[in-house]
Design a binder for this molecule. Structure first.
Ligand SMILES: Nc1ncnc2c1ncn2[C@@H]1O[C@H](COP(=O)(O)OP(=O)(O)OP(=O)(O)O)[C@@H](O)[C@H]1O
Length: 781
């Protein structure tokens, strides 16, 4: 039965494989028995705690709550249905010293002096099984080591060149409680080794990595926990402090590494990262593609994966702001530019005069000391300018505006001259004057209308007026840029409501800072602890104690700062987006992954400056990933031709796989839509998994119509949406059109050509100038 799953056709190999699978099965059975015991323990603890009386000192109750919370998290993790709880094993030589770490494993990486005997034989001294969580048996001996524990590092790091104590590395493939297969790598082939169980150390098959890479793709990314490679492992386990920067070409595992690093950091210092880890992704498509990876590693809750277009969604002042539309490349360039800071600053101030919240009064009349006192338009303007000379956020300047208005009214009323010889009486009179006026409805109504509380959306909406925008952006934007920007903002109505683009969101976030957060609406939200644990049937001490509860609510609601920020596809952030992300990590440590050769931003220097500003003076640690795990060599070679045009001199990553299948070149002679559909259909027949059809951004909607009815395995994508994603097969439609769409078009085309794990078809239209073999001009050698 088990042997059915074996891939080895050789009968002897089959027998060996089946025997080794049985051995791992018996270990897995033992692990599950122990897990069940732990689950019962955790359930008992929860049950017991919730039954206990709701009395006691606040300290004791809070401690009990914490215990229940921990047990709940633990229980949830144990109960998760992992596809492969146990996935690895290493057989190790005796270590240099006999010390054991907290997980029960020996800590030494290097073998003891006598571990290899003079005659080239050696004995296995220790076996470690590696899995998603650590499990100890009843005697505290390790049954499974958590993949993030130091003792598990040799599983990922050992190579034949530097094997350390590792003799054999085994990848175990299991589903639920069943072991399906094993694949071994022998790291010390020169030795004759006795297994710990006796007999010669058996070795089954090879190429666990290749087997993993060849499997068909679905619409979700898988974790790579069983086959992380040494250079990737170094990034994942790099110290958390300061900034870790990772560069690598397409398919080198940058996104995968970033996600595994989040899980590693949580394991390493859970208390610190309770402050939250933010992962910033360029598109909602990439967010949904990667979302399942962390839960599969046993981690959720403390990690927020957000698309750039929804980063401001939870912040007070921009709540609900989510991008759902696109800008043209020209408009995106203006909105993303660092120059927008100046324009927005002027807009935030200038918008006070626009009557966005009702007519702006031109004079202020009050009655003081039995007489009418009035400030006219000129005086009001002067007061406004005086207030705006400050640096506080505009909405928070209102108390100062009130104070300066009262000063001016006091002056005008002659109040200052009434008590020339008695400063004490004068001060008292002034206080009475201020109190009387401040309580007057008319004065308050004036203040509301004259210094209205503005929202970021209102100000952004106000920028749709070209004349006004031209005033606010004088000497900053060119007239053509002003026209395009104003036109794009006409999607918004007078109040600023309407569809937002991803670049609008960064502008709103900037305006939020310039205006200051408005007063917080009072509302009861779900307890964050409940969301983490699913413990909603329990009430906790914190629930019953209102001030603590409010504080917890407020913190969760206002989480715009994180303890660690991970930026994926960092090469694409515009300067304004760097500012938005930077505001969320002012006190954070950072991991930044990206590939300059895939950048769709046209001014890399400007973006680099903004990135430096966001990261400040923190020291940086740099890593490079060099192996392409996604594209077969045949497809990578084609993409490299575009890389040479886009970024001459840049070294492409090394593709590790070859399928023997060259890319296909087709030419659309007649109607483009029919050709796209026919080629997509052809790819669907050739691969089991997904097919991505990449078109120029301007063709997205058309393409979706062309493919209608072909089923869920095929998706139409604009070139910029393809970022970070992968498909079994890709159809790239009109390389020339993709390349011509923006100044960074060649790099965007490079992204499109590097999405496929198996097959690639390039479909040319007339503008691609295909040669006799259908190879478009841009892709010829
Ligand atoms: N060590 C590994 N074992 C198995 N699969 C891997 C490994 N490293 C990467 N992969 C696979 O290679 C593919 C590419 O990984 P990933 O998307 O993280 O690369 P990337 O560097 O972010 O690519 P891009 O820059 O093109 O977005 C994924 O399918 C990933 O699962």
């Amino acid at each position: 039965m088990l042997a059915e799953n074996a891939e080895n056709t050789d009968a002897e190999g089959d027998g060996l494989r089946a025997r080794e699978i049985r051995a791992e099965q018996s270990h897995l059975d033992q692990v599950y028995r122990r897990l069940e015991e732990k689950i019962h323990e955790a359930e008992f603890l929860m049950d017991d705690a919730s039954k206990r009386g709701q009395v006691g000192t606040p300290g004791a109750l809070a401690e009990r709550d914490a215990q229940v919370f921990r047990a709940g998290v633990h229980l949830n993790r144990l109960n998760s249905e992992f596809e492969d709880f146990l996935f690895g094993r290493i057989d190790l030589l005796e270590g240099k010293d006999g010390k054991r770490g907290p997980d029960g494993a020996y800590t030494s990486v290097e073998p003891a002096d006598g571990a290899v005997r003079d005659d080239g034989t050696a004995g296995i001294a220790e076996i470690l099984h590696i899995g998603r969580l650590g499990v100890l048996d009843a005697d505290y001996a390790p049954l499974v080591i958590d993949w993030r524990a130091p003792a598990a590092a040799p599983f990922y790091r050992a190579t034949p060149v530097a094997p350390g104590r590792v003799v054999r590395r085994r990848v175990i493939r299991s589903k639920g409680r069943r072991v399906l297969g094993v694949e071994d790598d022998l790291l010390r082939p020169e030795l004759r080794v006795e297994a710990l169980e006796g007999g010669e150390l058996p070795v089954v098959g090879d190429g666990a990595l290749m087997a993993a890479l060849g499997r068909a793709r679905g619409h979700a990314m898988r974790d790579i926990v069983s086959s992380i490679q040494a250079e990737q492992d170094e990034v994942i386990r790099a110290p958390a402090a300061s900034v870790t920067e990772v560069e690598g070409g397409p398919g080198t595992g940058k996104t995968a590494v970033a996600l595994h690093r989040a899980a590693y950091l949580l394991y390493q210092d859970r208390r610190r990262y309770a402050g939250g880890i933010l992962i910033v992704s360029p598109t909602p498509l990439l967010v949904s593609y990667t979302e399942g990876v962390l839960p599969s590693l046993g981690e959720e809750g403390q990690v927020a994966i957000r698309a750039l277009g929804s980063l401001a969604e939870d912040a007070p002042g921009t709540r609900g702001a989510v991008a759902d539309t696109y800008d043209t490349q020209a408009v995106a360039r203006v909105k993303g530019s660092a120059r927008m800071q100046k324009v927005l600053r002027k807009a935030a101030r200038g918008a006070l005069d626009l009557g966005l919240r009702g007519p702006v009064p031109e004079r202020l009349r009050v009655v003081a000391f039995g007489a009418r006192v009035e400030l006219g338009a000129d005086e009001l303007r002067k007061v406004r300018q005086q207030v705006l000379a400050g640096t506080a956020p505009v909405n928070l300047m209102r108390p100062r505006a009130r104070k300066l208005l009262l000063d001016a009214l006091w002056e005008r009323s002659g109040g200052a001259r009434r008590y020339p010889d008695d400063p004490e009486l004068a001060a008292e009179a002034r206080q009475g004057f201020d109190e009387d006026l401040s309580a007057e409805d008319d004065f308050l109504a004036f203040l509301d209308a004259w210094w209205p509380e503005l929202t970021p959306r209102q100000v952004l909406g106000a920028m749709a007026d070209e004349g006004r925008l031209a005033r606010w952006s004088r000497r900053v934007l060119r007239p053509g840029e002003v026209r395009e920007l104003a036109r794009s903002l006409r999607r918004l109505d007078d109040g600023g409501d309407g569809p937002l683009s991803v670049h609008d969101v960064a502008l709103l976030d900037e305006l939020r800072g310039l205006l200051g957060a408005p007063a917080r609406p009072r509302k009861r939200e779900a307890d964050p602890l409940d969301q983490l644990t699913g413990l909603d049937e329990l009430t906790t001490y914190a629930d019953r104690e209102p001030s603590r509860r409010e504080r917890t609510e407020r913190l969760a609601e206002e989480r715009t700062e994180y303890a660690h920020v991970i930026v994926d596809e960092a090469q694409d952030l515009t300067p304004m987006q760097w500012r938005m992300v930077g505001r969320r990590g002012r006190h954070a440590t950072w991991t930044i992954v990206g590939d300059p050769a895939q950048s769709s931003w046209s001014d890399p220097d400007e973006a680099a400056e903004a990135r430096d500003e966001a990261l400040g003076k923190r020291p940086r640690r740099r890593f490079e990933l060099t192996v392409n795990y996604r594209n077969p060599a045949e497809l990578a070679e084609l993409a490299d031709r575009v890389l040479r045009l886009a970024m001459p001199g840049v070294e492409p990553p090394r593709a590790v796989r070859s399928t023997g299948i060259a890319p296909r070149f087709a030419v659309a002679d007649g109607e483009l839509g029919a050709a796209v559909r026919a080629e997509a259909d052809r790819l669907l027949a050739e691969v089991e998994g997904t097919v991505g059809v990449v078109v120029a951004m301007g063709r997205r909607e058309e393409a979706a119509r062309w493919l209608a009815g072909l089923g869920e395995r095929v998706v139409a994508l604009g070139s910029l949406e393809a970022k970070g994603l992968e498909y079994d097969a890709t159809l790239v439609v009109s390389p020339a059109q993709i390349a011509d769409e923006s100044p960074a078009g060649l790099r965007v085309l490079y992204v499109a050509l590097t999405r496929a794990t198996q097959r690639l078809t390039v479909l040319s239209a007339a503008q691609d100038l295909p040669d006799g073999a259908g190879v478009p001009d841009l892709l010829r050698e």
